[in-house]
Design a protein around this ligand. Structure first.
Ligand code: ATP
Length: 268
């Protein structure tokens, strides 16, 4: 798919004279079943270029399945509907997936070639706060640092689309909050389209401009978060969005404690 450069650097409101830009990702009728059980049920979705979107849903609702389909990692999904995504796609997972036998910079540069890529690799490591750690081994990094390296590796490919599957899910609450700031900063600088899969309602509200809830194989709620950045976890005006998302997830007032929604506790 063609890159819409103007959409990556600024996002003018469409006017009568401007044709609406093609979405970065377009899904129509996407369906996926496992052993006769439907996980994605004719999903329709457009992700506009340069938007940071979060995808929420209960465990097993099909978030990773959707992300894998968009990433082109699920060959079975082909032909179930219409799916288009950009050519340059990077994926970040919950674990950094750094190769232990390669130094940090070599991990970041994996699959790239040439001097220019090497420069981009160093710059990306500096951007994520890992300048000076180029020659470290992955086992010398903390969990947060390893995820920073994973983000650097994704940046080197200059992705039009960044797919992130619970990238901060394994981190402690304080590190996670720092990583939220970093992801938002990187997004503001590079403006890729981002689809962030998360269980954490607050993470979604603080980072994303649009939050989707996957429910029963479909997008059950599509919510625009109309608040300026940077956002605070304590902003009472975000409460209304939180309530709507929790309701869409079927989490009632009585169940907002640690058992039903553990991630809520981290940011209060
Ligand atoms: N390769 C597979 N083979 C069989 N079943 C699968 C496969 N991949 C996913 N599933 C099933 O599809 C459903 C959705 O899984 P998926 O990993 O997409 O959910 P999720 O919303 O990402 O969950 P979580 O938040 O726990 O990661 C689950 O019931 C899972 O068991």
């Amino acid at each position: 798919m063609a890159t819409h450069t103007e959409q990556l650097t600024s996002r003018p409101a469409p006017s009568a004279t401007t044709a609406p830009a093609a979405p970065a990702v377009r899904l129509r009728g996407l369906t996926r079943s496992f052993d006769g059980r439907t996980v994605l049920d004719h999903v329709d979705l457009d992700l506009p270029a340069g938007q940071l979107t979060a995808l929420l849903g209960h465990s097993g609702s099909g978030k990773s399945t959707l992300l894998r389909a968009i990433a082109g990692l699920d060959h079975e999904v082909v032909g179930s509907g219409e799916l288009s995504a950009p050519d340059r796609v990077s994926v970040v997972f919950q674990d950094s997936r750094l190769l232990p036998w390669r130094r940090v910079l070599d991990n970041v540069l994996l699959g790239t070639d040439g001097k220019e890529a090497a420069e981009r690799g160093r710059a990306a490591l500096a951007e994520v706060g890992l300048a000076g750690r180029e020659r470290a081994w992955p086992n010398e990094l903390s969990g947060g640092e390893a995820q920073r390296a994973a983000l650097a590796r994704s940046l080197v490919r200059e992705p039009e689309l960044l797919l992130a599957d619970e990238p901060f899910g394994a981190l402690d609450a304080l590190t996670r909050i720092k990583m939220h700031g970093l992801l938002r900063e990187l997004w503001e600088r590079h403006r890729p389209s981002v689809l962030l899969v998360t269980h954490d309602v607050d993470e979604a509200i603080v980072l994303a401009d649009r939050v989707l809830v996957l429910d029963q194989g479909r997008i059950g709620l599509d919510l625009t978060i109309d608040r300026a950045h940077p956002r605070s976890y304590r902003d009472p005006l975000l409460g209304e969005y939180r309530e709507r998302l929790l309701a869409a997830l079927g989490v009632t007032e009585d169940h907002t404690g640690s058992e039903a929604h553990p991630d809520q506790e981290d940011h209060q």
